[in-house]
Design a protein around this ligand. Sequence first.
Ligand code: HGY
Ligand code: MN
Ligand code: MN
Length: 402
Amino acid sequence: MDLDTARTLAELAELHALTGAPATGARRVCWSEDWERARAFLIERLQQLPVTVERDEAGNLWALLPGRSDRVVAVGSHLDSVPGGGWLDGPLGVLGALAVLRAVAAGEPPQRTLALVDWADEEGRFGRSLYGSAAAAGTLDLAAARKLTDAAGLRLPDVLAAHGIALDRVHEARGRLARLDAYLELHIEQGPVLEARGEAVAAVTGTAGTERRRLRFTGRGGHAGTVPMELRRDPLAAAARTTLAVAEVARRHGGVGTVGAIEAHPGIPTAIPGTVELWLDQRHAQARPLATMVAETLEAASAAAGQHGVELAVEPVWSIEPIPFDPALVALAREAAGGGEPLPSGALHDAAEVARAGVPTAMLFVQSLGGISHAPDEDSRPEHLRAGIEALGRLAGEALRR
Ligand code: HGY
Ligand code: MN
Ligand code: MN
């Protein structure tokens, strides 16, 4: 397959210049104007190919290149980013898929239909990662999704409606996955392993289990200058103790635990907060230790609440179990990547939702410099990006033929 990887690297840089900036990072938060610019950037290029471009009921974008059978091999990722994210997380897989589409379109019709897919809101603007692929997989909990809001308090159903999407109908996107014989995703590793190994590209074994909750501590607000320390019921002190416990528990069990956001109300220097909301994200490659991490952390949170005389309310936001990818496809991906040891993914990917819908799925990782991601200085070496796109082409060629 003759892939124009130089063109893809140029397009990745162009997309970042259009929808982000080196110092402040990517602005492609899903459903935002910059994310719409990114979609338009992709659609403009797809329209130069003999493909049909469609948006499904959840807002995922599909481009189909007909093959000799209507069974489909899908290749994709996500154009949306976290606020201030990097230039590669997502677009590498979507524009890498575009490079494969171009190369296959230049030849005879493939044995299977080839689809490029750009999943909507992989980053979980509303707290639930993998929104678009979950809708297509039928695993999006609509009742829970109806209540979700983003950091600015905008409701998920309203933002979808503003883009012509009815939340109650998003599961109608499910039909497409039934036609997939394989789903392939190229992504940056977003961690330090490949750099430590000195490898450019590797296959991925699967994704870690993830538990996400919002903890609400309710104490008694008051004047920062007049309330004696022994009379305080300070929810932020309880949240701080809990945050330290999250890290200890994660270390104890070999997982990861993150408090990525704490919001104090009223959130001013001269008032003891009345309430504090804390976002908790815990992950582990195995389900049982992950469950133990959650239990121990919630125990520590209620002990901290007791110590500070505040109330604790725990709201589960979302969880996904550890997802293994298809062993046969992972073996093909390993070969395409040059034979290095496949590695597990601590980050979530749309591939997890597609795999748990029963579609044979595999991923390829490209080395991340310094293991940095979800930050403006996310980067990879150009020769590694090109090697990753070439490996994706080899893997897609195999999957189309076998
Ligand atoms: O949270 C994740 O792992 C993904 O990057 N959204
Ligand atoms: Mn990603
Ligand atoms: Mn991400």
